[in-house]
Design a protein around this ligand. Structure first.
Ligand code: NAP
Length: 298
């Protein structure tokens, strides 16, 4: 239980509703900033304007998955209020206050450092990334179906990267009957791809591996699907780039060559916001519980 914990949930989208629901069930006292248009009531959660909030007893601040903009603004779909997380706000919190975000940026890192508070980026955790790969794969399947006129079954697919997303993508498309080859740069990944029964190749040989593919799914956040690689692809190839913005594809060249290339960020929040929210809610409740226990123990 999170009884006695005071938590500010600052902005967000539908995923945040699952977090609020779970933390309210665990008896935390929740303040919602940037939610005035939310009609659904949550017992134990009160809506407040950011400037009316008293941060002096707040144990945790929960930001949406993207964290803040480079100007500190926090996105919210439930409010027209401009929500900005500032160093001054963090300074008002007790020294043990922890900020939870999906990812961070220079602005957020900077105010955390200056205010000497703790930041936890949930998307850096393997468990979150692996659970999140499930709705990501489902979104990728949706995009492949929507943007091709062939079945996934029997199609030739190159998956780039064997990280947490790449592994789930490669396995699932293979289970759907596609002929899947996977590119990686480490020999241990080549070994794993072989063990999975898929066709491995080294990424530095990418240009020679794409001349027979129907779909290229990139998970590498580095510009590897460059003009030289795209030039080798059949003209019907669909590129689905899952890597975080700006992706790893030369979109300008793909367009010039008439190859459809789609940057597909944030698929879990689009195709399964409830599941994506529950993934975060489960990890957050565990982390907050551990935090409370360790503070009680001191
Ligand atoms: P990850 O586990 O870190 O995997 C990244 C993969 O890229 C690894 O195989 C890594 O190989 C490879 N890689 C990184 N830099 C490389 C380079 N310079 N050259 C060659 N290979 C390189 O990350 P992940 O959790 O799978 O996520 C992959 C990307 O998808 C991230 O950008 C993430 O933000 C994004 N993502 C997008 C969605 C969406 O909805 N579109 C959802 C979840 C995640 P090594 O092990 O050799 O470094």
């Amino acid at each position: 239980m999170l009884t006695d914990m005071q938590i500010v949930v600052m902005g967000g989208d539908a995923r945040q509703l699952e977090i609020i629901k779970k933390l309210a069930e665990l008896d935390a006292k929740i303040y919602l900033a940037g939610f005035e248009q939310l009609e659904q009531p949550f017992s134990g959660a009160v809506k407040e304007r950011l400037h009316d909030l008293n941060f002096s007893n707040i144990d945790a601040i929960i930001l949406p998955v993207p964290g803040t903009s480079l100007e500190g603004e926090v996105e919210t779909i439930f409010s027209s209020e401009k929500i900005v997380l500032t160093e001054e706000i963090l300074q008002q919190t007790p020294s043990y206050c922890t900020v939870y975000s999906g990812i961070s940026n220079q602005y957020l890192d900077n105010i955390i450092k200056k205010s000497k508070r703790k930041l936890i980026n949930l998307f850096e955790r393997d468990d979150v990334a692996i659970y999140n790969s499930i709705p990501t794969v489902e979104g990728t399947i949706m995009m492949a179906i929507q943007n091709t006129d062939i079945t996934i079954h029997q199609s030739s697919i190159a998956v780039l990267g064997l990280g947490r997303v790449g592994m789930s993508v490669a396995r699932t498309f293979s289970l759907l009957g596609a002929k899947v080859k996977v590119g990686a740069r480490k020999s241990k990944h080549i070994a794993r791809i072989t063990e999975m029964g898929l066709q491995p190749f080294y990424l530095n040989d990418l240009g020679n591996e794409v001349n027979d593919i129907d779909i290229c799914i990139n998970t590498v956040p580095y510009p590897i699907v460059n003009a030289a690689v795209i030039a080798q692809m059949p003209s019907h190839t669909l590129i689905i780039d899952l890597a975080s913005k700006p992706g790893g594809t030369d979109f300008r060249y793909a367009e010039k060559r008439g190859i459809k290339a789609l940057l597909a960020p944030g698929l879990p929040g689009i195709v399964a916001p409830k599941t994506a929210g529950q993934i975060l809610a489960n990890v957050l409740s565990q982390l907050l519980g551990e935090e409370l226990e360790s503070r009680k123990g001191k």
